[in-house]
Design a protein around this ligand. Sequence first.
Ligand code: SF4
Length: 417
Amino acid sequence: MLKAMNPEWKEIPWERALTAASPNVANTLGKALAGTDLGLEEGVTLARVEGNDLLALVKVADELRRRVVGDIITYVVNRNLNFTNVCIVGCAFCGFSRGPDSPDAYFHSTDSLIAKSVEAVERGATEVCIQGGLPRDLNGYYYAELLRAIKARLPEIHAHAYSPMEITYGVEKSRLPLREYLLMLKEAGLNSIPGTAAEILDDDVRRSLSPNKLKVRQWIEVIRTAHSLGIPSTSTMMYGHTELPEHWVRHLLLLRQIQKETGRFTEFVPLGFIHSKTRLFQSGGARAGRTFREDLIVHALARVLLHGYIPNIQVSWVKLGFEGSLACLEAGANDFGGTLMEESISKAAGANFGEYVSPGEFRAMIRTISRKPAERTTTYKIRNVFDHPDSEERLPLEQMPMLAATASHAPSMATGY
Ligand code: SF4
């Protein structure tokens, strides 16, 4: 699959791209540039663009990004802690979960998770991102106990932990009310929540992906309650499986509505479906993941529809790869995500973009598209802007041949993708 932005596109100013677009798309993008909130119909128009209209969407999204956050591309130094892969939920799109008797099932001890966290801090991490499967016999207080154990050793680390699905499971297991449960986690050291388990916020689509997963109203309730308690979260969307462009638009407009009420989403992260090792794809229940055209549209659409509300659009390098990530960072996105240090979930579903990007590799890649790297905290406070290249910067090995090949293999604007 082609993943590089056409080099010719880079030189085209957004004004020229807009004049080459069809009148309806140009008019809609003009409204977004003027600060008008776009509605469902306008969003769907943008979600279906091709050719010159796609170019206009990408260019206008990139211009809106420049107006809101400038030319800095941020990243966070963090470590994923996927503490167990044992899970009873059975999502058809998941290649990560295992039954308890599976030979490769694991449940890491609290001591080993503390040791991984300490090692991460020694390597410069400011965040641990804690998520896992849902084992049948999980103690409802385990999530709080793990946070307390890590925070006792590392009080300064930012604990970004537990999806709305896990929090709903903890509520069920502990029989505490949601608000009380979240307060307990906050007191135990929870700093923010990954807004994963959102997939597509449409109950019909969710039924086909995972009938046992929490419903849309439950996802919203966890997020709204967390936000009301001063616990921020990210927001996400999984695309490239069974959904239609209309679902992307409704999903984004719902997130925008929540953000208008709470203001506590730190960012939006599109998550392309990694299909190859999943039951959903293997049983013929989904298309073969997203296309590069969809990657561009979803990132650009998010920038345009969330403009004025959610300032940060993050690329997921484990899903997109490096070249795809850089293309989306020129299509409205402004954040490269985290170093991760280990990544089990996408890899188990068939992704093959490695488990760790060093800060120096992030900085080198960011400079290849003439933008400025900056390290941030989880909540987007800038820790360090890197104005000049340093000795730690080098491109990841996988990236180098792709960059060299970009000029000769890039798709043409006339033929689209
Ligand atoms: S996506 Fe999460 S909840 Fe669903 S099966 Fe995988 S680990 Fe379990």
